[in-house]
Design a protein around this ligand. Sequence first.
Ligand code: PMP
Ligand code: GLN
Length: 384
Amino acid sequence: LNRRLAEFGTTIFAEMSALALRTGAINLGQGFPDTDGPEEIREAAVRALRDGRGNQYPPGPGVPELRTAVTAHQQRRYGLAYDPDTEVLVTAGATEAIAAALLALVEPGDEVIAFEPYYDSYAACIAMADGRRVPVTLRAQEDEGRFRLDLDELRDAVTDRTRLLLINTPHNPTGTVLTREELAAIAELAVERDLLVVTDEVYEHLVFDDAEHVPLATFPGMRERTVTISSSGKTFSFTGWKVGWVTGSPELVTAVRSAKQYLTYVSAGPFQYAIAEALSLPESYFADFRSDMLAKRNLLAAGLEEAGFRVFRPSGTYFITTDIRPLGETDGFAFCRGLPERAGVVAIPNAVFYDHREEGAPFVRFAFCKRTEVLQEAVKRLKS
Ligand code: PMP
Ligand code: GLN
């Protein structure tokens, strides 16, 4: 393994899912739903396969039906107008979009600021682009029950070498949704310091209570400097299809496409047609999905509290970060390695998402995108 990748072993998700398989424990580690997305969308994929749509290399930027559906979605939900021909790129999931954006936009030695704890591919992709990652730590606010961004810390992290802010809201693993005020401050900073922004908004439809998802690209001066990333995996419960997309100015999208063309060239064809239909589902689909996940969040959050964890109630995503110190534990790694044996449940130690490992040591993440009876059983096991 070369110098750039040497520090990244097997991703924690593969490690913990393998542990779940080996031990037969309930897997609340890796974030994937245990119920597939809508039947009619699966039928749409089958139809595309049968009718021979997308069985050969689809167009590089993605099939026109999906690009149009993406722009219609951005317009309808957020009032963001993008040109489907020049301002959209379909990718192999958000994962490829993140990689292609960083490979396309970062020069060797450039500093990339990302919120810590961060989704694990960020650090690896910054490294592959030969950038330097600069973490800004989201701090646990026990009184508020959430993790909070310190805007002064963010401002202080910007230097003359900073090229790009890599933002994620709703945020995995903390469940924090950046507020309009926080986003406005980030936008002002980006404009003032002339920074590019890559924003990972894959959980855009998973926001709860009075939280609201506002895309960074909607703020003044941001449309032309922002690459927005989303994915069908989370919104439609098809994480295995790997259909994601990027929206942004023609210059930025062309740059990202320059990298994507040599990573995968194009993304799987038939699924693109199906996801075009998914994005056009009535609003009730999105509302039902959200309320279903909200009920699951409430169930697992209450159960974890009863089992003795301190719970940071997420405003978004399908993850709950907990603090294990009230259980008399301090090391999330050891806790997660032992949990299948002790309780028949798998979770993720948040420390893996930190450069400052000690900062993340007492936090453990549980996914709630599982059937009610599975969550109930997991809670029962954790309590006993
Ligand atoms: N970004 C975040 C914040 C995620 O949690 C995930 C995980 N699913 C991804 C990106 C990757 O998305 P995809 O499965 O579409 O590659
Ligand atoms: N995004 C999912 C999570 O955070 C998993 C994706 C992956 O396994 N790479 O659990």
